[in-house]
Write a protein that binds this ligand. Structure first.
Ligand code: 5RP
Length: 225
């Protein structure tokens, strides 16, 4: 198993029979879907919700039924990846463009478990460009307002060169801060801009970060631990 697989495998052990489970998005979360599917095939009974259309498709292909998110009252455990995680378990997410649904599902979760390889652990958030989901109308105005917070911005595009459209029919502006000295403050400032739907800073949401290491070990960093 590689580092991503190791982290995902450990996280899936937290799923118990009867739980409502959030399935994350991205290449690490993919492995959690894979291992969850193996446990479901072996008899585990869960209700699963997805953080993106891509994840819903991958889960269904593997025999996991996906329940619409509004049909569950809460989520017992949500397992998702991250682009960066700091020692306070604050995160940058949204590299895969699914940050809004990921944040909504994580907010409804009793336990939000992040899975990552070692490369995602950072001293300070910000080297990874912060994804911000914005409505299409007024893009230039929203872009300027974001730039006034001290970043360069890039409109996310597909490999074909057209703007990337999220599952919620919005654009993503990737904001290059390089370093974010005060992530909780920035999260609020960005979301106060009209035209911004949400941003990829996940503050004080993760309960546990499970890190797969290249030497084959797995470490768990727990909130307050
Ligand atoms: C998608 C995400 C992903 O969880 C994040 O980008 C990490 O992805 P990967 O596991 O492929 O590195 O936030 O929107």
């Amino acid at each position: 198993m590689n580092a991503k697989q190791l982290a995902a495998y450990r996280a899936v052990e937290y799923i118990q029979d009867g739980m409502i489970v959030g399935l994350g998005t991205g290449s690490t979360a993919f492995w959690a879907i894979e291992y969850t599917a193996q446990r479901v095939a072996a008899g585990l009974k869960i209700t699963a919700v997805a953080t993106s259309e891509d994840t819903a498709g991958k889960a269904r292909e593997r025999g996991i039924e996906i329940t619409p998110f509004d049909e569950v009252p809460y989520v017992d455990v949500d397992i998702d990846g991250a682009d960066e995680a700091d020692k306070d378990l604050n995160l940058i997410k949204g590299g895969g463009g699914a940050l809004l649904r990921e944040k909504i599902v994580a907010s409804a979760s009793r336990q939000f478990i992040v899975i990552a390889d070692e490369s995602k652990l950072v001293e300070k958030l910000g080297r990874f460009p912060l994804p911000v989901e914005v409505v299409i109308f007024g893009l230039e105005h929203t872009t300027r307002a974001l730039q006034s917070l001290g970043c360069k911005t890039t409109l996310r595009t597909t490999p074909g060169g057209v703007p990337f459209i999220t599952d919620n029919n919005n654009y993503i502006l990737d904001c290059h801060f390089e370093v974010i000295p005060n992530a909780p403050e920035l999260e609020k400032k960005i979301n106060a801009i009209t035209g911004v739907v949400d941003n990829g800073l996940f503050i004080n949401m993760a309960e546990r970060v499970i890190v797969g290491c290249n030497d084959g070990t797995v470490k768990e960093i727990v909130k307050g631990g």
